[in-house]
Design a protein around this ligand. Structure first.
Ligand SMILES: [Zn+2]
Length: 311
């Protein structure tokens, strides 16, 4: 997993801007329909969701932002056998977590608009929020995660906001809190505000720098550097043996590319040791900018296992 810089407000191509304007307006209408249903006290079922909308975003993100890779494990998603899932970071239909010292997950509770403690209904108002949708492989989305969303603090459903706080939040693009009912001061929060209240324990590629939480070592293994790293390894199943083997192959490829360039520079280009290192790194550009599958594992191997000076 690695950090990904993405914000649709920063797109420079007109075709991309047009695509987003259209997608955001459809997402907004679909979100409004779900909230209307909820306000009418009707339960939201799987049939109420328009999966075509999040599938379209998944395809766009895979092509334009994630270099065809899973947002969590960096495996390459290809063709009919591994088309990738549109993963909801915050689950849309139910929220579960595993309490400390227990083995089985339970449903998360939250406060409703009347201040009553209820089973969290799922973050249905984020079903089409771009910050909540990521392209992932089937394994990361379904093997363990499903509706799990561990947090440090309590899960939030409807929350009361003061006018000051509401003003602050509304200044963020695409992050406006949604009034639960007209005239009420209970709101459904957008992703960034929820992050502040809930302190999620799962890493998110837009928000976090995964290199501060995860470290990849010999044989493609992954270890945690933080509690969020530990939860993410467990819930995204990043310690899967098959995945480790794939990462190991990528690590060997990264090291081979670096080393072959270094040795060529040393033997043929009359370079100093420092210049040979720098030359070696120029062959790892695709790893540094994330185009290679398992780029985080490949770079960690070169730097922390093989001890090549990091440039
Ligand atoms: Zn994955």
């Amino acid at each position: 997993m690695r950090h990904v810089d993405f914000d649709p407000d920063q797109l420079s191509e007109k075709a991309d801007q047009d695509w987003w304007r259209q997608w955001l307006s459809e997402a907004e209408a679909a979100t409004a329909a779900l909230i209307l249903k909820w306000r009418a006290s009707e339960p939201i079922s799987a049939d109420d969701f328009q999966s075509a909308l999040w599938k379209a975003l998944k395809v766009w993100l895979m092509e334009h932002v994630f270099h065809g890779k899973c947002a969590y494990c960096e495996i390459h998603l290809t063709g009919a056998r591994q088309p990738g899932d549109a993963e909801h970071y915050r689950p849309k239909g139910e929220v579960r977590f595993v309490p400390d010292g227990r083995r089985r997950s339970i449903r998360a509770s939250a406060y409703d608009e009347k201040g009553n403690s209820v089973d969290h209904p799922g973050y249905f108002w984020l079903a089409y929020h771009w910050r909540n949708l990521l392209p992932t492989c089937t394994m990361c989305n379904r093997a363990v995660k499903r509706n799990l969303f561990p947090t440090e603090d309590r899960h939030v459903f409807v929350i009361e906001l003061t006018d000051d706080r509401l003003g602050e939040l509304s200044e963020e693009p695409n992050e406006t809190p949604i009034p639960f009912e007209a005239g009420s001061n209970g709101y459904l929060l957008p992703p960034m505000a929820l992050d502040q209240h809930e302190a999620p324990q799962l890493l998110h590629p837009y928000r976090d720098d995964p290199s501060k939480h995860l470290r990849f070592g010999e044989g493609g293994v992954v270890v945690e550097l933080s509690p969020q790293g530990e939860s993410s390894i467990r819930v995204y199943k990043l310690d899967d043996n098959d995945l480790a083997r794939e990462r190991q192959k990528a690590q060997q490829r990264a090291w081979w590319q670096y080393q072959a360039a270094f040795q060529h520079a040393e033997a043929n280009l009359n370079m100093t040791q420092d210049e040979c290192h720098a030359f070696g790194w120029t062959f790892l550009t695709d790893w540094k900018d994330g185009r290679e599958p398992f780029s985080a594992a490949g770079l960690d191997y070169v730097v922390y296992v093989k001890k090549a000076p990091e440039l």
